[in-house]
Write a protein that binds this ligand. Structure first.
Ligand SMILES: Cc1ncc(COP(=O)(O)O)c(C=O)c1O
Length: 287
């Protein structure tokens, strides 16, 4: 749609060229964020920009812009593009340089390349109400899944495997321990407790996950960060996933087998309500 951000400028998308030797393009050498827009307002933008800087730091990438500058430009872009319900995709790469694996020398002219664009994306209302199906598959990713890096090939392969089975998400496991979804965090509910993998190097600590942890705390719902196994998914009272775009999404079937009675569970529905209230409160938009 319309305009995009390149560095510190807002430009027409058609006026922008990205160098073929951009390291993001050739090596996946960069990091990214996806931020939700509700009724023209950015939700949890501060947290997303903070995570962008944390991811960049972990790969020794100097963003070359301040968080205030990125926030200001992003807010302006959303306005200029007239986004109502949608998302902002932003990424920063290590820039363009003659192809070589090692970082460009500090004295070279290579600088980080920041880009962002917007999309209209409706809320997935009917899926949120009915729930979705998932498969499980092996987590073949590297050991720094805490970094929101551009290298998403294992995630892409897992998501395609889910799509090939007409499923919404692939829930990943390492030797039977459930880590997260291919583009979401994964949870079970057992005996009234919400259980999810600890936020270590094996998962991305989702912004939605962090909001959910707060909501659980505020509302007396136990939020337990501990490992659980594939078998626990099968025996769970409820299963759900979270992400910026999918919000709090019930999972009603895993590998073709129904979870409990095959309907979104009570705690999942309660968390959906609390999450919507948080969106309304933060954005002042009635969703
Ligand atoms: C691998 C992975 N885990 C978790 C998430 C959820 O993170 P967030 O809630 O910040 O969107 C995502 C989002 O894209 C993801 O790609």
């Amino acid at each position: 749609m319309g305009k995009i951000i390149l560095g510190d400028q807002i430009l027409e998308r058609s006026d922008v060229n990205i160098d073929l030797e951009d390291r993001g393009y050739q090596f996946g050498d960069g990091v990214y964020e996806v931020i939700r827009v509700y009724g023209g307002e950015l939700f949890t933008i501060k947290e997303h920009i903070e995570r962008l800087f944390q991811s960049a730091k972990k790969i020794k990438l100097d963003v070359s812009m301040s968080s205030e500058q990125i926030r200001g430009l992003t807010e302006e872009l959303v306005k200029e593009n007239g986004v109502d319900f949608g998302s902002v995709y932003m990424q920063v790469t290590r820039g363009a340089a003659p192809r070589a694996h090692m970082f460009p020398k500090p004295e070279s002219s290579t600088k980080a390349v920041f880009t962002a664009y917007t999309n209209e994306v409706p809320r997935p209302a009917s899926l949120l109400e009915k729930g979705v199906e998932a498969i499980t598959t092996e987590d073949i990713r590297w050991l720094r899944c805490d970094i929101k890096s551009l290298n998403l090939l294992p995630n892409v392969l897992a998501k395609q495997e889910a799509a090939d089975s007409d499923c919404f998400e692939a829930i990943l496991h390492r030797n039977g321990i459930v880590t997260e979804g291919s583009s979401s965090n994964a949870y079970i509910v057992k005996n009234g407790e919400v259980i999810t993998h600890p936020a270590n190097n094996l998962i991305l600590n989702g912004i939605t996950r962090q909001v959910l942890a707060e909501l659980c705390k505020e509302n007396g719902i136990p939020f337990i960060e501990k490992e659980f196994e594939l078998i626990d998914l099968q025996n769970a009272d409820e299963v759900f996933i979270t992400s910026t775009v999918s919000e709090v999404m019930p999972v009603i079937k895993v590998n073709g087998e129904t979870v409990a009675n095959g309907k979104p569970g009570n705690i999942t529905c309660k968390l959906q309500g609390l999450f919507e209230a948080r969106i309304n409160q933060d954005t002042k938009v009635e969703i």
